[in-house]
Design a protein around this ligand. Structure first.
Ligand code: TXA
Ligand code: MG
Length: 316
């Protein structure tokens, strides 16, 4: 994977913007984020305004290192440290009881806070240089597909976001796994690359999904991560039927009879598929197709996060 690094001058400019309460686009290993100082009410308000995100939908607080967890959460079970030890820096977000110093604007008014130490070297360098926690949702307008390249972020925000640090294409390509410490047990709130089995191997019991009364997760709105073009999940045998002005994403080559606009052949392995998924959906969404058809994903647990995102992309 080609990795790009911003110049030292760009890194300095990014830190200066964060210090002024302004926003910066930055790469993480999962997707690009829209960063603002987590302890600045102005910065947090700007994040919600720029994304067009409802203020009740909480943001993830990004930390330079796991030791900062106790500055942000008022109760940290030993198992949270075990998860941090096993998976940070990396694509895992922990939801814990909010420390009073965390702005309620960051947590959407909830009494819990989402924390993550990202692994991308540019994210790590930015957090280290800024020296304070950074609140960052994915750098897309509310409800749209998350960005996995700096160009995607520029497409989303244009001149409204003057500085986007380019760290190359994201290695994971799907948002972090979110696991919450709720009512004395761990619950997966959003599936990601780190699967439930890997979490269970570290902390024992982990519940698969949130029940009633669980905190809001904006990614759990039905129509989320969605292309503008009508998107449908389709079994392989029906991908090429009546294909006029249709755009397809499938784990197989384009068949002879396909008469549509585009056929993208996706990797057959879940990790490779996830890395490319959002870029592929953006390409297909730009074609002015009548319909995007995506081949349904396989059943295995390694496809959990992908099935989740495809379901949302196709929700209306
Ligand atoms: O991979 C990621 O997590 C990326 C990168 C930039 O770190 N960030 C990301 O942020 O996906 P965003 O805002 O698009 O999604 C954050 C998710 C939302 O679904 C939000 O509701 C949930 O985290 N979340 C944040 N705080 C929470 C809390 N206290 N309780 C439950 N869910 C929370
Ligand atoms: Mg998002």
């Amino acid at each position: 994977m080609t990795r790009t690094y911003p110049s030292p001058a760009e890194m300095d400019a990014a830190v200066a913007r964060l210090c002024r309460g302004e926003l910066v686009g930055f790469p993480t290993e999962t997707v690009y984020g829209l960063a603002g100082a987590a302890d600045s009410p102005e910065a947090v308000a700007r994040i919600y305004a720029l994304k067009g995100r409802p203020v009740a939908h909480p943001l993830i607080v990004h930390l330079a290192r796991s030791s900062a967890i106790t500055d942000c959460a008022r109760e940290v079970p030993a198992s949270a440290f075990a998860l941090a030890e096993a998976f940070w820096p990396g694509p895992l977000t922990l939801v814990l009881p909010r420390h009073p110093r965390i702005l309620t604007a960051v947590t959407g008014g909830q009494d819990t806070v989402a924390l993550r130490v990202p692994a991308h070297p540019v994210a790590a360098a930015l957090l280290e240089a800024f020296g304070r926690p950074v609140a960052a949702p994915s750098a897309n307008r509310y409800g749209r597909i998350s960005p996995t390249t700096a160009a995607h972020v520029r497409d989303e925000f244009g001149a409204d976001l003057p500085l986007v640090l380019d760290g190359g294409p994201c290695e994971v390509g799907l948002e972090s796994t979110i696991v919450g410490w709720l009512g004395g047990q761990w619950t997966v709130l959003r599936p990601g690359l780190i699967g439930i089995g890997a979490l269970q191997a570290v902390v024992g019991a982990v519940a698969a999904s949130a029940g009633a009364g669980a905190p809001r997760v904006s990614g759990s709105d039905a129509a989320h991560y969605a292309p503008r073009t009508l998107t449908r999940l389709t079994v392989a045998a029906e991908l090429a039927l009546d294909s006029d002005r249709v755009a397809v994403l499938a784990r197989r080559p384009r068949p002879a009879g396909f008469a549509g606009l585009a056929w993208l052949e996706a990797p057959a392995d879940a990790v490779g598929y996830g890395r490319r998924l959002y870029a592929d959906l953006r390409r297909l969404d730009a074609l002015g197709a009548r319909e995007i058809r995506v081949e349904t994903a396989p059943d295995g647990v390694e496809w959990d996060a992908i099935r989740d995102r495809l379901r949302r992309a196709a929700a209306r």
